[in-house]
Design a protein around this ligand. Structure first.
Ligand code: GLU
Length: 470
């Protein structure tokens, strides 16, 4: 039973990399009948904002990752952190440090000049028999943890296997600033311990924080969780993913017409696999996911794959669901008598809901304009004559015209009789009915619109001479 958490810092929108870590944490908790918790790391009051917090929760709602219990806000837990800082001071495991900023800068410069890694030198660290400098006036001290001086900090990462950090790499880092505010690594460790987090799944940009957090766990006698540090998502060129490579804000994916299940499927595969399977329903993810199988190397963002997955889900979710999703794009098909056939037809070609909406509105909206290039190419001298004959032919059997195949049965012999090539008839009809040449099957459009509407649109295009004269 794994207790996992997602712990975003609300300094902006929810990033897709963040959503991937959240998904992995969610899957692992649900699969093991554990708990998935949400914690907002909002102690950096200058960078956090309310909007960003709302955006994170909104994104979670959209993709349907439900969390257990209340959301924890670090900003509301300051008293808890202060209590533990005091405990560490009382137990002699932490100490006040009065080194001024100038002294610290000087120390750092000296170390850099000697090609050493800059770190605190332990001036204020109490040791048996050591005399500490006199406390200077006018300096509010910071609190530093007494980190182990020798040996190694070792842990087994579920993805990267054994990790060793030499204690010389971890200095007596600050756990409370001079204004009393606890620091990042301190609060993360306290929260993970108090929230009973058993498995910490997070980006490997946090790997170097882990030994520091282990120092805190050990000082307070807390159980150390299992860590999984997930490699980053790179762009196709192997560089850090940036906004140019794709939408970054999870809600942008919604606005661009992606279905939540397509995005989750895309993200689960971005760094984890099960043989060569590409499509995963939520149930399959829950059945098959194990963080131990997360890839050891960085993954590569692939927009084509995302579009392919989205097209797959658009084709496979119910029409009711599509109609509901389309409302977000101001496309309302509820109660439309041709809803099913319109969706059946248009979803075959759409890669996004935005494209789906365009295809639908192209058919449902009476065209006011006709694509210039298409008109030049396909509206010839004999076009009007052909269209008029064609309408007459349809009119004669109009009571039999309901489905696409009904139109096909009449149209094929017509084309043969007049020795036409398909585009000679179909492209002018497409243009007359939808304004452009890109629409789906003419038979389907006619079936959706019905004979009377087809007649009206074709006649109207003829009357306007396809706007050729304007
Ligand atoms: N708040 C951190 C972030 O947004 C995550 C901390 C963690 O997962 O331990 O990157």
């Amino acid at each position: 039973m794994a207790v996992t958490r997602f712990a975003p810092s609300p300094t902006g929108y929810l990033h897709i990399g963040g959503l991937r870590t959240a998904l992995y944490s969610y899957l692992w908790a649900r699969k093991t009948n554990g708990e998935f918790r949400l914690r907002i790391e909002d102690t950096d009051t200058q960078r956090n904002n309310e909007e960003a917090m709302k955006a994170i929760i909104e994104a979670f709602d959209w993709v349907g990752l439900n969390y257990d219990g209340e959301v924890e806000y670090q900003s509301k837990r300051l008293d808890i952190y202060k209590k533990y800082i005091q405990q560490l001071l009382d137990e002699g495991k932490a100490y006040y440090c009065y080194m001024s900023k100038e002294e610290l800068d000087e120390l750092r410069e000296k170390q850099m000049a000697a090609k050493e890694t800059p770190k605190y030198d332990g001036t204020w660290r109490p040791e048996d028999g050591k005399e500490l400098p006199p406390i200077p006036s006018g300096i509010e001290p910071v609190v530093r943890i007494k980190a182990p001086k020798d040996g190694k900090i070792t842990f087994i990462d579920g993805i990267k296997s054994i990790m060793n950090f030499d204690c010389s790499e971890v200095d007596d880092f600050i756990i409370a600033r001079s204004n009393g505010m606890p620091t990042y690594n301190f609060v993360v460790a306290i929260d993970d311990a108090l929230m009973g987090i058993s498995d910490v799944i997070r980006g490997d940009d946090h790997l170097t924080n882990t030994p520091k957090q282990i120092v805190i766990y050990e000082a307070l006698g807390f159980d150390i969780p299992k860590f999984y540090h997930v490699p980053m998502i790179n762009n196709p060129q192997g560089k850090k993913l940036s906004k140019r490579d794709g939408a970054m804000d999870v809600m942008d994916y919604k606005r661009e017409g992606f279905l939540a299940e397509a995005l989750l499927n895309f993200l689960v595969r971005l760094g984890w696999s099960n043989k060569d399977q590409e499509i995963f329903s939520m149930d399959e993810m829950l059945e098959l996911f194990n963080p131990e199988n997360i890839n050891k190397s960085a993954s590569s963002y692939n927009q084509e794959k995302l579009l392919w997955l989205n097209a797959h889900y658009i084709k496979n979710v119910s029409n009711d669901r599509l109609a509901k999703e389309l409302e977000f794009f101001d496309c309302n098909l509820e109660g439309h008598d041709k809803k099913e056939i319109i969706l059946d037809l248009c979803k075959e070609r759409a890669q996004t809901l935005v494209e789906l909406k365009e295809a639908i509105t192209n058919i449902l909206n009476v065209p006011t304009d006709y694509d210039n290039k298409g008109v030049k190419k396909f509206i010839k001298e004999d076009t009007v004559k052909i269209l008029k004959f064609y309408l007459n032919t349809l009119e004669e059997v109009k009571d039999t015209l309901r489905l696409s195949c009904d139109y096909e049965i009449v149209t094929k012999p017509f084309i043969e009789e007049f020795e036409l090539k398909f585009p000679q008839l179909f492209q002018p009809i497409r243009i007359a009915l939808t304004g452009g040449t890109q629409a789906p099957s003419v038979y389907d459009i006619m079936a959706i619109l019905g004979f009377e509407e087809v007649k009206e649109r074709i006649n109207s295009a003829i009357d306007k001479n396809f706007n050729k004269d304007s």
